[in-house]
Design a protein around this ligand. Sequence first.
Ligand code: AHR
Length: 492
Amino acid sequence: MKKIRMIVNPLDRKSHINKEIYGHFSEHLGRCIYNGIYVGEDSSIPNTCGIRNDVIEAFKKINMPVLRWPGGCFADTYHWKDAIGDKIDRKKMINVHWGGVTEDNSFGTHEFFKLCELVGCEPYIAGNLGSGTVQELAEWVEYMTSDDISPMADLRRANGQKKAWKLKYLGIGNENWGCGGNMSPEYYSDEYRRYQSFCRDYSGNQLFKIACGPNAFDYNWTEVIMKKITPWHMKGISLHFYTVPYANWEHKGFATVFSDEDYYATLSETHRMEELLTRHSEIMNRYDPEHKVGLIVDEWGCWFDVEEGTNPGFLYQQNTMRDAIVAAINLNMFNQHSDRVIMANLAQVVNVLQAVILTEGEEMILTPTYHVFDLYKEHQESTLLYSYVENEKIEGQYYDAISHSASVDKDGKIHITLSNCSLTENYEIDLGIIDTDVKSVSARILTGDAHDYNDFGEVEKVKPTEYEVKNDNGRLTVAVPPCSVIAIEVVS
Ligand code: AHR
């Protein structure tokens, strides 16, 4: 057991942690929407308006703050008018990006807003800039948000939704440097400016417009976007970065089959998020020192090879304690960068990539990643505090063993999240909270072998349990086992 020290300083309050940092992403991809979230009203699986009740409840439990939809690459092929009105009349299309399957458009705008309403989260619409038109996107905004007398508001009313919805987050295009049109940043910026001009604020609704940001390390993209689009026209810029072991997209390896070396290589890759957040923020600081534009990491997470026997276009992968550690590290990083990072959306929410939920027929499992979101939810809408750990590097790696962040909520409770990335080392943390009269302390832990996962038939192999933190007159001692995630709450 190695003894190390940690300090949290509640006198050093830093940035606000937006709840949207704990956001999610749902795409018309594989079994994320269909046979995942949405089973249809005639399904024998208990549902509300076709949306699985168990999924709704699970989303609510982690206080899901925001959900991005309908893609992804799919967004830039999506034509919203094909997915409104009577389901029988909705146009069918081929989902060209994901498996070439038939999309029957039975889940469209109305169904998405119903889902958000049932969960109590903000909708985040990704608009089609790549293959759509300005008119099409402008009309979608009008359809969703206008209470006036207008062709689109009338159409929405005719389709059964009398009152306009509120829509805050509007993305204008997705990965327009790639699947969204293979554009240069200069060309995209001009297109963005044109599109956003016609996405208006109707009936008291206020859009928060988000530009397509860089592919991971493409710093030039951020530079050009920040130079060419003013904060007047853009409130957020997105960033996409996936964790792939060894950054080897040809041989990503399986989600459940990996060596210790692969585990540490995965964490090595995921820690590159720190470099991305720092360097993109530096560029943004030069153009936007007042932080009017937020960095929105609207796609992140582990991307492994699909499970054997599943459709390669469906991106279905299992989820182990390795994923949980990746989630814990990234969420701590987002908290630490919350002066600039205002939203993040894990890819993707159900049955795709680093999902928080997996389903099979009527069964549903909560993955280790889900439990990390549950452990971390108290950080939502709190204030980041200074925290320091007397850390050491993982042997042979450039990153620290203990990932951490701390915050104070509106009631004055302090929340500390810790993750031990080591597979072998036990730490004992001597935790000092400055200027704080600790009245009580409680904690929960998620831990196990890095390969542990929940499966159909064994749904609770990995789940959080209550955990003891020693309190010796305000001096706290936390034992942090290998491959673990711990959430501590301190009441003073
Ligand atoms: O999340 C899967 C895909 O990854 C998304 O559709 C796309 O935006 C990204 O390349």
